[in-house]
Design a protein around this ligand. Structure first.
Ligand code: ATP
Ligand code: MG
Length: 314
C-alpha cells in the first residue's frame, strides 16, 4: 500500500511548552489508523499539526508525497485532508443544512455538486435529513457528532482526521459512530482516528500508535497492540490477577466506558490530573486498580505501566 500521510519526527510545542517529541507515523491509502493515549498525551496536538493549525518546530508532514508541513489549513482541505475536531464544534446558530454547506466550501461555486454531496450525507445520516432545518445547537450530542462527520465528508476528503468522536456519547450512540467510521472508510476515505476509548479504537482500526506524554511508546497492527501487556493494562484496563486455583488469569476491569474500554480520566476540566493522567511530570499510565470494588490494604493490586517501556518503533 502507498503512504497517504506521513509524519516524520515531529516536534510540537505551544510557545516554549513542548507537547510532542519525535512523533513519526503514517497512514496508508485505505487504512484506518488510530492514535491512542491518555489525557494530555498529545493526540489533539498531533492532529492540529496534521490539519495545519499548529506549525511543527521540527519535522515534516507529507501528504501523497507532497511536503505540506508549512501549508495553511485551507490548502490542506483543498488537497483532501479534513478534520473533525474534539468537541465537534458545529455552528450552533446555523441549521444542519447550513453547517453541511460550509463543509463544502471548496465547491461553493458549484451548486449542483453541493446538492449531490448533501444528498449522499443525508443517505448516510437519515437523522440529519429529518433535522435539516433545525439549528445545530439544538441537536443531541450524537446528532452533533454525526453533523460534524457529515460536514467533514462534504469536502470529499481522502483523509479524515477524527478527534475523539466517542467523547461524551451514550454507549449505543458510540457504537453507531464507530459503525459509521467503518462505512466511511469502506467507501474509500482513509481515517486517522484519535481516541481514548482504546477498546473501540483498536477494534475499528487496522494499525495503531500509542502516544504517552508526547512520545510514541508502542505501535503495530491492532491485533498485536490488543495483546500487548502494557496496552492491555493501561488502556484496555485488563489485569493479570492471581487466583488461588488457577494462578494467573486475565480479568477485565472497569468497563465504565462504552465498549468495555475504560475512559482513563473523566473530562472534568477543573479536576486536577492525577499522577496517572499522563501529565508531563508522570511517566506512568493508568492501572487496573479500578477493577472491582476497591480491595483493602495489601490486597489492593495496583499495576502501573512505565512510560519508559520499550519503544517498538513505527
Ligand atoms: N493551547 C495550548 N497551550 C499550551 N499547552 C497546551 C495547549 N493545548 C494543549 N496543551 C498541552 O499540550 C499537551 C498535549 O495536549 P493535547 O490536548 O494534545 O492532549 P490530548 O492527548 O489530546 O489529551 P485529551 O485526551 O485530554 O484530549 C498537554 O500537556 C497540554 O496541557
Ligand atoms: Mg485531545
Amino acid at each position: 500500500m502507498s503512504a497517504l500521510l506521513t509524519a516524520e519526527r515531529l516536534e510540537l510545542a505551544y510557545g516554549e511548552i513542548s507537547a510532542c517529541r519525535d512523533v513519526s507515523f503514517h497512514v496508508d491509502v485505505g487504512e484506518i489508523v488510530t492514535l491512542i493515549g491518555a489525557n494530555g498525551a498529545g493526540k489533539s496536538t498531533t492532529l492540529r499539526a496534521i490539519a495545519g493549525a499548529l506549525l511543527p518546530r521540527t519535522g515534516a508532514i507529507r501528504f501523497r508525497g507532497e511536503d505540506i508541513t508549512r501549508l495553511p489549513s485551507y490548502e490542506r482541505t483543498g488537497l483532501g485532508i479534513s478534520l473533525v475536531p474534539e468537541g465537534r464544534h458545529v455552528f450552533p446558530f446555523l441549521t444542519v443544512r447550513e453547517n453541511l454547506e460550509l463543509g463544502a466550501f471548496k465547491y461553493r461555486k458549484d451548486g449542483a455538486k453541493v446538492h449531490g454531496l448533501m444528498g449522499k450525507i443525508f443517505d448516510m445520516f437519515p437523522r440529519l435529513h429529518e433535522r435539516a432545518r433545525q439549528k445545530a445547537g439544538t441537536l443531541s450530542g450524537g446528532e452533533q457528532q454525526m453533523l460534524a462527520l457529515g460536514r467533514a465528508m462534504m469536502s470529499e476528503p481522502h483523509l479524515i482526521c477524527l478527534d475523539e468522536p466517542s467523547l461524551g456519547l451514550a454507549p449505543l450512540v458510540v457504537q453507531d459512530i464507530f459503525r459509521t467510521i467503518k462505512a466511511i472508510n469502506a467507501a474509500g476515505t482513509s481515517v486517522l482516528l484519535v481516541e481514548q476509548n482504546a477498546r473501540y479504537a483498536l477494534e475499528t482500526a487496522s494499525r495503531g500508535y500509542v502516544l504517552q506524554t508526547g512520545s510514541i511508546v508502542a505501535s503495530g497492527n491492532c491485533a498485536t497492540l490488543r495483546n500487548d501487556d502494557r496496552v492491555r493494562q493501561a488502556y484496555l484496563c485488563e489485569a493479570l490477577t492471581r487466583t488461588p486455583r488457577s494462578g494467573l488469569s486475565r480479568s477485565s476491569a472497569g468497563s465504565a466506558h462504552p465498549g468495555g474500554g475504560r475512559r482513563l480520566h473523566p473530562r472534568v476540566p477543573s479536576t486536577p490530573r492525577s499522577p496517572a493522567c499522563g501529565s508531563p511530570s508522570s511517566s506512568i499510565a493508568c492501572s487496573a486498580s479500578a477493577a472491582s470494588p476497591r480491595p483493602s490494604g495489601r490486597r489492593r493490586a495496583r499495576r502501573w505501566v512505565r512510560a519508559d517501556a520499550h519503544h517498538h518503533g513505527p
